[in-house]
Design a protein around this ligand. Structure first.
Ligand SMILES: C[S@@+](CC[C@H](N)C(=O)[O-])C[C@H]1O[C@@H](n2cnc3c(N)ncnc32)[C@H](O)[C@@H]1O
Length: 233
C-alpha cells in the first residue's frame, strides 16, 4: 500500500499545487490561502506551546514538495522534511535550498529519539493505511524531545466544503478521513500529553479581524481543517 501512495505522489512532483488548486476552485479560494491559514495556525501554536524554545527545530513528516516551508521562514531554527515520495523530496530540495530533506520508507523515521522540538504532519495521515496509524503516531512522538510538540493538521470530515474538495482531488481517491475525536485517541495512545484539537479555516479570509474571531471559535468542530496537538513526554 505504501508503495502505491509513493508512486502516486511522485507523479505530482511538478503539478501538486495546480492539482490542489483545481480541487478547491469551486470555493473561490486558492491553495495559497490555505497555506497561509496553516502557517498562521502554526505560529499561534508555537506561541502557545513552545514559547520557551526560541529557535525550535521542526520535522515535517510527509512534507511533499515542501510548498508550505517558505511560509514558515523565521519561525523555526531548522526545518527538516521527510516523505515517502522521492520525487516530491527532490522538488522540495530544489525549491528550499536552506532546509534539509530525506525520503524514507514511511514506517521508521530515520532519526534518533528526542531529535526535534516539533513534529508536524499536514494532510498525511489520511493517506497512510489505517493499520499503520498507530505506528505512524508513535514515530512522531518518539522523535520529539520531552516537552516538545507533535502537531497533525487534517481535513475536517464534518465540513461539507472539505468533503467536496476531497472528492474532486485525484490523489485523495484513497483517502480515509479521520475526525478530531478519533485523532485525539491516537495521540493519547501514543503517550502524548495535553492533547487538544483546534479547528480553523472558518472564513474565506485571513484578515486580522476574522483571524481573531477564528481563534475564539477554535473549539467548534466545523472549520475546514483542524490541528491536533500533543506534548511529548
Ligand atoms: C496531500 S500530500 C501533503 C503534502 C504536504 N504535507 C502539504 O501539506 O503540502 C500527502 C503527502 O503524504 C505523503 N505520505 C503518504 N504516506 C506517508 C507516510 N507513511 N510517511 C510520510 N509521508 C507520507 C505523500 O507522499 C504526500 O507527499
Amino acid at each position: 500500500m505504501a508503495d502505491i501512495v509513493q508512486t502516486e505522489f511522485d507523479a505530482y512532483r511538478d503539478s501538486y499545487v495546480d492539482t490542489v488548486e483545481q480541487s478547491i476552485s469551486f470555493s473561490g479560494l486558492s491553495h495559497g490561502f490555505f497555506q497561509q491559514s496553516k502557517a498562521l495556525m502554526i505560529r499561534d501554536l508555537l506561541a502557545m506551546r513552545l514559547a520557551d524554545r526560541p529557535e525550535p527545530s521542526l520535522l515535517d513528516v510527509g512534507c511533499g514538495v515542501g510548498a508550505l516551508h517558505p511560509l514558515l521562514s523565521g519561525l523555526f531554527g531548522s526545518i527538516h522534511g521527510v516523505d515517502i515520495s522521492g520525487q516530491s523530496i527532490e522538488r522540495a530540495k530544489q525549491d528550499n535550498p536552506g532546509n534539509l530533506y530525506d525520503a524514507y520508507d514511511g514506517k521508521r523515521l530515520p532519526f534518533a529519539d528526542n531529535s526535534f522540538d516539533m513534529a508536524l504532519s499536514i494532510c498525511v495521515m489520511h493517506h497512510v493505511p489505517v493499520e499503520q496509524w498507530t505506528g505512524f503516531m508513535a514515530e512522531l512522538a518518539r522523535v520529539v524531545s520531552p516537552g516538545g510538540m507533535v502537531c497533525l493538521v487534517e481535513h475536517n470530515p464534518a465540513n461539507p466544503g472539505t468533503r467536496i474538495s476531497v472528492a474532486r482531488c485525484p490523489f485523495d481517491a484513497d483517502a480515509v478521513l479521520l475526525g478530531p475525536r478519533k485523532m485525539r485517541g491516537y495521540m493519547r495512545r501514543a503517550g502524548l500529553a495535553e492533547v487538544a484539537t483546534r479547528n480553523f479555516v472558518f472564513f474565506p479570509t485571513n484578515r486580522p479581524a476574522f483571524r481573531a474571531l477564528e481563534r475564539r471559535l477554535h473549539w467548534l468542530p466545523l472549520g475546514a481543517q483542524y490541528a491536533a496537538i500533543g506534548r511529548a513526554r
